[in-house]
Design a protein around this ligand. Sequence first.
Ligand SMILES: Cc1cc2nc3c(=O)[nH]c(=O)nc-3n(C[C@H](O)[C@H](O)[C@H](O)COP(=O)(O)OP(=O)(O)OC[C@H]3O[C@@H](n4cnc5c(N)ncnc54)[C@H](O)[C@@H]3O)c2cc1C
Length: 498
Amino acid sequence: MQKLALVGLGASGLFALKELAGAQIEVHVFDVGPAYAKRYPCPIDQGKLEICPPKACSYCAPGQSAGSWNDFKVILTASSVIGGRLYDLMGERELQRRLDAVKETIITHAKVEIPVVKPSQDDLQWIKKRATLAGMTYHYQELLHCGSDNAPAINTSILDQIVDAGPNLTFHWNTLVSCVARSDDKFAVKYDRYRFPGEGKEELFDYCIISVGRGGANWLTQQEFYKELDVQPGQVDIGVRVETSCYFTEEVDRRFYEPKLYFRSRRHNDVVRNFCSNPRGFVTPENHRDYVLVNGHSKMFEKSDNNNFAVLVSKTFTRPFKDPQLYSQTIAKVANMLAGGGPLLQRLGDLRAGRRTKTLQNNLVKPTLEAECGDISLAYPHRILEGIIEYLDSFNKICPGVSDESTLLYAPECKSYPDAIAVSKSMETTIPNLFIIGDSSSWTRGVGQAATSGLIAGEAIKIRVRDSGNVFPSGAAAGVEQSVETFCAAPQPDAAIT
Ligand SMILES: Cc1cc2nc3c(=O)[nH]c(=O)nc-3n(C[C@H](O)[C@H](O)[C@H](O)COP(=O)(O)OP(=O)(O)OC[C@H]3O[C@@H](n4cnc5c(N)ncnc54)[C@H](O)[C@@H]3O)c2cc1C
């Protein structure tokens, strides 16, 4: 039997595995994390801690499949703008079909009812008028919000069903893949235990799916084969996590849960957008070990009195600069440095007045994350802060109160996206039988499209293995319409927005 290595079992890897369970191929799954059933729940949910420790916990870090374990908000709409760029690869109809399949799987495995957030005609009229008057553009989306408290059980249940259907699957948990190298027409995979290395092994595989997420993007660039891929530099988003009273945003929260509102900054014409809204949620640190970002999540059952969401300014760079990730990490590290090692917190009123925040004692909005008060303008470029303030002032026209001086801004909230890799319609790279899926391919930006990319790669390989000996283009293998070109051009990062 032929062999396949699946490196990374996050959102995309899980759905690829769903397709491959029971197929005529031996599948080895590698993930640095522990078995799903043994993954530790958030220590705050366990009652072990009251607030997030800025540095000690990696529960939310991207390397631990963060989005499908944390908040678990799934964009269900096939859009050319939000959730990733699979729309450009496979078209609206195919993408919607896969997103519907992802939704069905999640709903089936949830122990409680997960409502689909679907704006009505009245909601759309309401937002269209207000967004236009505020100088913003609204992008439609339907959503599934599972909540951090439901996420572990849903993922574990999906995986249990896959295991039952897959005698062909072998799991290597707590295992770090250090290297994937080409060996003639096969792939040599080197791996070892993650925490107590010393038993390194190497095995040959006929196929390889790389699904290491954003957390593994840097690792990917260090692989020897990477030089052979057709890539374009990725994009960065630099911004802040905004925390305000839930009463200021309750009307949009009720109607949309998360309204996707885009804005062009006046002077620099940068795209500024909101991202990851968490009505009545919590701000949380995102620990990357050598720097700490901020993020947010919400739960189905436990609620705060605040709403938090990111406001991000998107940036791409042209020659000669080629390392947008380094740029955003450097800004993040400066913000951390000023805060003594963790996130930095400032009232919007103080940022406008050009002074550091010293205390939040009498502030209307009470923070849900303990962070060091300070001055974000010492760490962030003026252009970025200007875009953020302009955005909040416009958003204030839709949700009066949002740009109140009591609004809290946490920094750094940076998203850096991997290089955009050219793939076929079934996520196969220009190296035959090497598939790169999910966020590490840069084609996806969230759980929904990451899972979709896994489905199409898994399906393509299953069919290829079944029909082995028949040579056909990858697009056909994925069951999607053929295009003249086998390989799609790498996405243009400037338009890459979630
Ligand atoms: C805090 C946080 C909250 C988020 N919330 C949401 C949300 O609510 N909704 C949403 O749509 N998106 C959310 N996202 C984004 C979402 O997490 C990603 O878009 C999604 O998980 C991408 O899936 P993936 O399979 O590409 O990567 P991941 O889910 O990150 O999975 C990658 C896997 O690869 C493993 N891995 C990495 N390197 C190696 C290696 N060398 N060897 C072995 N294993 C390796 C990791 O352990 C991990 O399990 C969030 C992200 C963060 C950080």
